[in-house]
Design a protein around this ligand. Sequence first.
Ligand SMILES: Nc1nc2c(ncn2[C@@H]2O[C@H](COP(=O)(O)OP(=O)(O)O)[C@@H](O)[C@H]2O)c(=O)[nH]1
Ligand SMILES: [Mg+2]
Length: 199
Amino acid sequence: MIIKTAEFITSAARKGQYPPEGPFEIAFAGRSNVGKSSLINALLGRKKLVKVSSTPGKTRTINFFNINDTFRIVDLPGYGYAKVSRGESDDWGRMMEEYLSSREGLLRVIQLVDIRHAPTAQDKQMYDYLRYYGLSGTVAATKADKLSHNEAARALKVIRKDLELEQDDILIPVSSLNGQGTDQLLAEIESILDGGKND
Ligand SMILES: Nc1nc2c(ncn2[C@@H]2O[C@H](COP(=O)(O)OP(=O)(O)O)[C@@H](O)[C@H]2O)c(=O)[nH]1
Ligand SMILES: [Mg+2]
């Protein structure tokens, strides 16, 4: 897929602030600091479309991007940042639930996990949640540049096992630093969009 245009649409903390339904959406979820913003920028070939945060845990909204005037990429708020208050994590849960449970155009949520660490309890919960809503099936293991080929192969096995991925769930090692896996992930996004809403 060729990214011709990518532009920020809006930030939303609740449903009334979402852009109107219409184009299909592909969202990205993951622990705060997993490399989500960097990966979205790398995929779209835009260095600064999504802010790479120097303050982890800062993105507390759902951010929508218009791609090629044909679909949307959605940056979901990160989880697992230790310093957020109870009230803030309640907000996070409510925000995610509201979006994931009712968004008509949402086709898939790409789950990000850090390739260097076994999935956390929250990563597993997140993926279970996506499975429950029929939004699972694609996982990207970020920061692949940090591991050797052999280390990466071992790590991918652990991720597959811990998240209980099915045979045809796709797990792609990616790096926004050297571009590894980004073409494959874009191709996967294209195929998800081609499949459309078939259930
Ligand atoms: N080595 C390496 N570092 C990365 C990669 N992606 C992100 N980072 C770093 O990880 C930190 C968090 O990145 P960011 O994209 O803001 O993560 P987010 O909180 O998930 O949006 C930043 O310091 C990035 O420079 C990657 O592919 N490789
Ligand atoms: Mg971010």
